[in-house]
Write a protein that binds this ligand. Structure first.
Ligand code: ATP
Ligand code: MG
Length: 546
């Protein structure tokens, strides 16, 4: 296709959900399908092209935005994906995105999985993969050697706080950081197996499904689909079958499992299983204890961002495991010099005092080198907030005397109640300590008297209809918050709902909840996972608190 070093290639959709029936064949079903995305990434690395993988669950508009930002020469996609047994045609989505985009790719390569018969190939643009593959099978493609600072890939952030940023990664530093962290953080070496449950479309997928394990000669177990199909024991069954040593997942996924019996966690024999790593959002204590007790394996929180590409805060089981402190992702990782800055005074916060977590430049290897084609946004987004030159993580943190750092939420997730600043996370944690609560979302809503008041949205472990009394339950939850944080934090209103609005990567969209509660424009909904959650929240708000 005449692709060269430095060309950008977009991959879309080939990594989305699998047929449910494939779950029974687990890895085999998977390798056939997910491997297409995986191999496309490695093929780009081989020829020195820059890839930008877009999660298959996004809509045409999201894809169009990313196409215009990355301006790929080639887009690779599958004909269709499947979710919970339903065929989701991708080709029409890709066509719609190309129609909308100003910089539509000149070529689209389609991996035809036979799910969607009507491909509607566009002459001169669309190319089918199978005949092309047959024509070039066995060809030896030389490796393109790159200078270590050249770009390897672009990956867009989740868009939890606004317009996604095109994180640009280098080649050399990236490889060094991943190889190091495989040993020191994840404790995986040659011949051992790592199982990351992430989609390859996210940062974890790039770092620890694809590149990290391969860089150290380890095996990467690929599985995509729901953790509860065919049953909620599927992950542990795979861990037993493939002797997984280290598993990497997210608190959201564990909260999904938490709705099912703990017996599933104990059903399989996991002698090889050493560590369960969780990242991506705050790991609340109840969830952490639940999975820790259920599996009987150490649970290791770790904190990082798409921007950093590997953990910023972690414990290092592969080197020297320090004790776990529940609620903290641990200590600064190798290569990271961190400062917690008091946002009012601009100076370092004392131990126990809340501040903004920053990284002292130069950023360690593996971190972003810039925002794709936008150096000035790179500087203004991350480096222009303090008088010292510091990378702003945009997350609140507090450090204890020993250096353990606790993440308190995003800097745009703070509620100011009558002059008291409360982190949404503190309120959510307090609510989640009520035994009936599966998940809680706290937001600040404008109030004439107090400036803002906390408002709580809660999902319960048992179904709502079985809950003894909605009002009694919300009263108990609010009481928990008061006991732990004082009367100032008492939620003014609490709503019991079936689901909370999240991004495609499973992060709570608090800005959306706030907009709905304040009757404001909800803004860009394109990263929202399930539009039904918005309807339910709107109805709950109209109905009034429980
Ligand atoms: P955007 O930057 O586009 O708004 P995003 O921040 O959600 O999206 P990611 O890079 O996927 O995009 O997420 C990184 C963020 O996730 C961190 O800045 C932090 O807020 C949160 N996070 C990640 N890991 C943890 C953790 N272990 N504990 C608490 N928060 C975490
Ligand atoms: Mg972010």
């Amino acid at each position: 296709m005449g692709l060269r070093k430095g060309d950008v290639i977009g991959a879309y959709s080939i990594s989305h959900d699998v047929k449910e029936e494939y779950n029974n064949m687990a890895v085999f079903g998977w390798t056939v399908l997910m491997s297409a995305a995986f191999i496309a990434m490695l093929a780009c690395a081989r020829i020195g092209a820059v890839h930008s993988v877009v999660f298959g669950g996004f809509a045409a508009h999201n894809l169009a935005l990313r196409i215009d930002d990355a301006q790929p020469k080639l887009l690779i996609c599958a004909d269709a994906g499947m979710r919970a047994g339903k065929v989701l045609p991708y080709k029409p989505l890709v066509d719609a995105a190309c129609d909308e985009a100003r910089y539509a790719p000149p070529k689209v390569l389609i991996v035809h999985r036979g799910l969607d018969q009507e491909l509607n190939l566009k002459p001169n643009r669309d190319v089918e993969y199978a005949p092309l593959r047959a024509r070039h099978q066995g060809a030896e493609v030389p490796v393109a050697w790159l200078e270590s600072n050249e770009p390897s890939y672009i990956l867009y952030t989740s868009g939890t706080t606004g317009k996604p940023k095109g994180v640009q990664r280098d080649v050399g530093g990236h490889a060094v950081a991943l190889a190091l962290s495989m040993r020191t953080v994840f404790d995986v070496g040659p011949g051992q197996t790592m199982f990351s449950t992430s989609d390859v479309g996210w940062a974890v997928g790039h770092s620890y499904n694809v590149y990290g394990p391969l860089l150290v000669g380890a095996t990467s177990l690929l599985y995509e689909g729901l953790p509860i199909h065919p049953d909620p024991g599927i992950w542990w069954q795979l861990c037993e079958q493939y002797q997984v040593r280290t598993m990497f997942s997210s608190p959201t996924a564990i909260r999904v499992l938490k709705k099912y019996a703990t017996a599933w966690l104990k059903k399989y024999d996991l002698p090889a299983f050493r560590w369960l790593f969780l990242a991506g959002e705050p790991l609340d204590e109840p969830t952490s204890h639940w999975i820790n007790d259920g599996l009987g394996k150490p649970v290791i929180d770790n904190y990082w961002q798409t921007e950093t590409g590997w953990p910023v805060l972690a414990l290092l089981p592969g080197m020297d495991l320090k004790p776990v402190k529940f609620g903290s992702p641990g200590l600064p990782n190798l290569g990271y010099k961190l400062r917690v800055i008091n946002d009012a005074s601009g100076i370092d916060a004392e131990p126990g005092e809340k501040g903004i977590l920053t990284i002292v430049p130069p950023l360690p290897p593996g971190c972003l080198t810039t925002i794709w084609h936008d150096d000035s946004r790179f500087l203004s987004s991350y480096f222009e907030h303090f008088k010292d030159l510091l990378y702003n993580t945009l997350d609140w943190a507090v450090r204890d005397e020993e250096g353990y750092t606790f993440i308190l939420g995003r800097t745009d997730d703070v509620i100011n109640v009558a002059g008291h600043r409360l982190g949404t996370r503190e309120i959510e944690e307090a609510a989640a300590s009520h035994s009936g609560v599966a998940e809680a979302a706290a937001i600040g809503v404008q109030d004439a008297l107090k400036g803002q008041v906390p408002v709580l949205f809660v999902t319960l472990k048992q179904s709502l209809d079985e809950a003894s009394s909605r009002h009694e339950t919300t009263q108990q939850i609010q009481q928990k918050v008061v006991e732990m944080l004082g009367a100032i934090a008492r939620p003014a209103r609490t709503y019991l709902v079936h689901s909370l609005p999240k991004t495609r990567s499973g992060k709570l969209l608090r800005r959306l909840l706030t907009a709905l509660a304040e009757n404001a424009d909800p803004g860009d909904l394109s990263t929202l996972d399930d539009p039904a959650a918005v309807d339910e929240i709107s109805k709950a708000l109209a109905r009034g608190p429980d």
